[in-house]
Design a binder for this molecule. Structure first.
Ligand SMILES: NC(=O)C1=CN([C@@H]2O[C@H](COP(=O)(O)OP(=O)(O)OC[C@H]3O[C@@H](n4cnc5c(N)ncnc54)[C@H](O)[C@@H]3O)[C@@H](O)[C@H]2O)C=CC1
Ligand SMILES: O=C(O)[C@@H]1CCC=N1
Length: 272
């Protein structure tokens, strides 16, 4: 069987993508190879997904005919680039499309490491694991329509896809890439508030989670502006405005704005 999809880095995000691609039949297990240095992860990926595993990233690079998907930490990028530097790209029969999800690592850095290869920089997020992710992509100089289609197929398998120009990728990272952690914090804190107000933990967790999920679904399905929904919930002299007044006093909006800005700046730093 031809190896079509190579994954370099079988961690959290690599596995999210892998699990959906295989579950949806976009790639068969026998068409996938993963390079991963941790023996425990190798064993897990082999057992769970029945894919080939390797310790050597250059093996993935030379075997995968369609896509090489980079999902290591940005700090490991230079190591990977060095591991691949010895491969003569011009001698590879089917040079693959390189897709990188590394925060901050730019198209020009990727194109310098993978000379003349088609490269796509992307930023997915962890809800990809359950097919509810959102991924921003930007296409490198050597990509064509087929690569564009592959990127939409791969990331479409884990949720929504948007195309942005590269200057916006750090902001995407600060908002939707990092955002699931902010929302998780919000849910945890709401539940803690419920517990502080006397609710049993299990009920507080359920109420907090479903409130966030339901609100997002309501906004998505009705296309209502968030400010309008806030106004609808807020009765004059009622409970909600008392809660909102407290959030404003604590700088809730400002804290979120600053969080996205700080994460954006960190993404910019990682690319330097
Ligand atoms: N976790 C998240 O929510 C998101 C992460 N990203 C990006 O995805 C990338 C991976 O992040 P995570 O999956 O969270 O990290 P992770 O640490 O879970 O996974 C990275 C994997 O790469 C492996 N690895 C280390 N050196 C390697 C090498 N030389 N060759 C092959 N594999 C190697 C590690 O053992 C690990 O299993 C990062 O660049 C991050 O910026 C992007 C979007 C969201
Ligand atoms: O925290 C990080 O650096 C990665 C990138 C986006 C989400 N997690």
């Amino acid at each position: 069987m031809t190896i079509k999809f190579g994954l370099i880095g079988g961690g959290v995000m690599g596995e999210s993508l892998l699990s959906r691609l295989i579950a949806l039949g976009i790639y068969k297990s026998s068409e996938v190879i993963v390079s991963e240095p941790l023996p425990s992860r190798q064993e897990f990926l082999k057992q769970r997904y029945n894919v080939a595993v390797a310790t050597d990233s250059s093996q993935v690079f030379t075997e995968a005919k369609e896509v090489v998907f980079l999902a290591v930490k940005p700090q490991v990028f230079s190591t990977i680039a060095q591991e691949l530097a010895d491969i003569d790209i011009l001698k590879i029969e089917h040079p693959p499309l390189i897709i990188s999800i590394l925060a901050g690592v730019t198209l020009s850095q990727l194109e310098a490491a993978f000379v003349q290869l088609p490269v796509i920089r992307a930023m997915p997020n962890t809800p990809a694991t359950v097919g509810a992710g959102v991924t921003a992509v930007c296409l490198g100089a050597y990509t064509n329509q087929k690569h564009h289609q592959i990127a939409h197929q791969v990331f479409g398998s884990v949720g929504e896809v948007v195309e942005v120009s590269e200057v916006l990728m750090d902001a995407v990272t600060g908002l939707s890439g990092s955002g699931p952690a902010y929302v998780a914090l919000l849910i945890e804190a709401l539940a803690d508030g419920g517990v502080a107000a006397g609710l049993p933990r299990i009920i507080a967790n359920q109420l907090a989670l479903q409130t966030v999920l339901g609100t997002a679904k309501l906004l998505q399905e009705t296309k209502m502006h968030p400010a309008e929904l806030k106004d609808r919930v807020t009765s004059p002299g009622g409970t909600t405005i008392a809660g909102i007044a407290q959030l404003e006093k604590a700088g809730f909006r400002s804290a979120l704005i600053e969080a996205v800005k700080a994460a954006t700046e960190r993404s910019q730093e990682l690319g330097k």
